[in-house]
Design a binder for this molecule. Structure first.
Ligand SMILES: CC(C)(COP(=O)(O)OP(=O)(O)OC[C@H]1O[C@@H](n2cnc3c(N)ncnc32)[C@H](O)[C@@H]1OP(=O)(O)O)[C@@H](O)C(=O)NCCC(=O)NCCS
Length: 195
C-alpha cells in the first residue's frame, strides 16, 4: 500500500481492523501507558476493537498507524482528535507502543508529521496536545517538534499512587507557517520527495 504520508524514517497508513490485536497489546502494556489516562483499567480485545472503530468512524478524528520505513514494523497510533471545524482546531495524540523504538527520535518525527498534516492538509488554525508533566520523553519530543507551552493543570491525573500535573502545549497556524512549515514541507511533502 502506498503510504498516506511519509517522512525520512516513518510513514503513516490508515488504521485497519487487522491492527486491533496489536493496539490491544500496546494499550494493555503498563510500561507504555505508565503516564497516561489510557491504561487505568484493563481493556478487552473487543473493547479496544470497538474503541478504535468508533474513533476511526467519527468524522471528528483522523487516525493513523505510524510505521518504521526500514523494517515495516508498526510503531504506534497517532491522530488528530476532536477536530472542530468552526474553531479549526484539533488535539494531537500519540502512543508509540513498540518500545524498541523509544528514545530514537521517532516520537519527534511522528509529532512533526501529524502537525504538518493538520496545518498543510486539514487547514487547522490550532493544533494542541496534553500530557503528564512527569513524562520527560513527551516534553522533549513535543518541544523539539515545535509545540509551545500553554499551561499546567494541577493534579489532573491520578496514577501510580500520585497525582500528576498535566501540561497543555499548542501551535497556532501563523506561528507554524513562520517557524516550521518550510522545514516540514521539505521533509514531509510529496512534492519535495518527488523532486
Ligand atoms: C512520548 C513518546 C511519544 C516520545 O517518543 P520517543 O520516540 O520516545 O521520543 P524521541 O526519541 O523523539 O525523544 C525526544 C527527546 O526526548 C528524550 N527522551 C526520550 N526518552 C526519554 C526519557 N525516558 N527520559 C528523558 N528523556 C527522554 C530523547 O533523548 C530526545 O531528546 P534529545 O533529542 O535531546 O536526545 C513515546 O515515548 C511514547 O509514545 N511513549 C508511550 C506513550 C506516551 O507516553 N505517549 C504520550 C502521551 S501524551
Amino acid at each position: 500500500m502506498t503510504p498516506f504520508l511519509s517522512g525520512p524514517r516513518v510513514y503513516f497508513r490508515p488504521y485497519d481492523e487487522k491492527d486491533a490485536r496489536q493496539v490491544f497489546v500496546w494499550f494493555n502494556d503498563p510500561e507504555v501507558t505508565h503516564f497516561m489516562f489510557t491504561g487505568q483499567k484493563p481493556a478487552t480485545q473487543k473493547q479496544i476493537t470497538d474503541l478504535m472503530n468508533h474513533d476511526k468512524s467519527s468524522g471528528h478524528n483522523v487516525i493513523f498507524i505510524a510505521v518504521d520505513k526500514e523494517t515495516d514494523a508498526p510503531l504506534g497510533v497517532v491522530g488528530l482528535y476532536e477536530i472542530n471545524e468552526t474553531a479549526k482546531k484539533a488535539e494531537m495524540r500519540i502512543i508509540i507502543g513498540n518500545k524498541d523504538f523509544w528514545g530514537k527520535g521517532y516520537g519527534t518525527e511522528i509529532t512533526e508529521m501529524i502537525t504538518f498534516y493538520g496545518f498543510d492538509r486539514l487547514n487547522m488554525h490550532r493544533v494542541y496536545l496534553g500530557f503528564t508533566e512527569a513524562n520527560q520523553a513527551a516534553t522533549k519530543a513535543y518541544s523539539k517538534a515545535g509545540f509551545e507551552h500553554e499551561g499546567v493543570l494541577r493534579d489532573d491525573i491520578y496514577r501510580n499512587s500520585s497525582y500528576y500535573n498535566t501540561v497543555r502545549m499548542g501551535i497556532l497556524r501563523d506561528d507554524y507557517y513562520k517557524r516550521l512549515h518550510s522545514e516540514h514541507k521539505a521533509k514531509y511533502s510529496l512534492e519535495s520527495q518527488l523532486a
